[in-house]
Write a protein of this length. Structure first.
Length: 153
């Protein structure tokens, strides 16, 4: 939620999603939760329609051609000879290069690509859970968070 610029904690996310009436809008926090929930409930496949739905849940809007290009890039990564974490990092960096305001979406795709490359039946939000952790901190930069596309990413 910090990446989305929101302050809700796990309890608030759970409440926004589960305590709403059936079919009711879960609000911004619930929509973000729904995007990550959807990640873990479907196979790791990227189609323009699926990505458009996720972008809508995250409050972002992209051109359809850009989404098709992103899906093509993910297809290329699926047969890459690099290690899976490097391909996940590559898609996150590409998304942030295209749209700096879409880092959360970049991490969503990174977790999808990681699962796809490792042959998992469903993705898990693993990488995004570490975004503010020590793995993505630069000692040289005074502990500054390393973002996709940064030189040391």
């Amino acid at each position: 939620m910090r990446l989305a610029g929101r302050a809700e904690d796990a309890a608030a996310l759970r409440d926004a999603w589960y305590l709403r009436q059936a079919g009711a809008d879960p609000g911004p926090a619930g929509a973000v939760f729904g995007a990550w929930r959807q990640l873990a409930r479907q196979p790791p496949a990227a189609t323009p329609d699926r990505l458009e739905k996720i972008l809508d849940q995250l409050g972002l809007h992209w051109d359809g051609d850009a989404l098709a290009d992103l899906c093509t890039e993910i297809e290329k990564l699926a047969v890459s000879q690099r290690s899976a974490p490097f391909d996940a990092a590559a898609i996150a960096a590409e998304v942030v290069a295209m749209r700096p305001d879409a880092e959360l979406f970049g991490w969503w795709l990174a977790d999808l690509v990681l699962a796809q490359r490792l042959g998992w039946p469903q993705p898990l939000p693993l990488l995004v859970a570490q975004v503010f952790g020590p793995s993505f901190r630069s000692e040289a930069g005074g502990g500054r968070r390393i973002r996709p596309g940064d030189k040391t990413f």
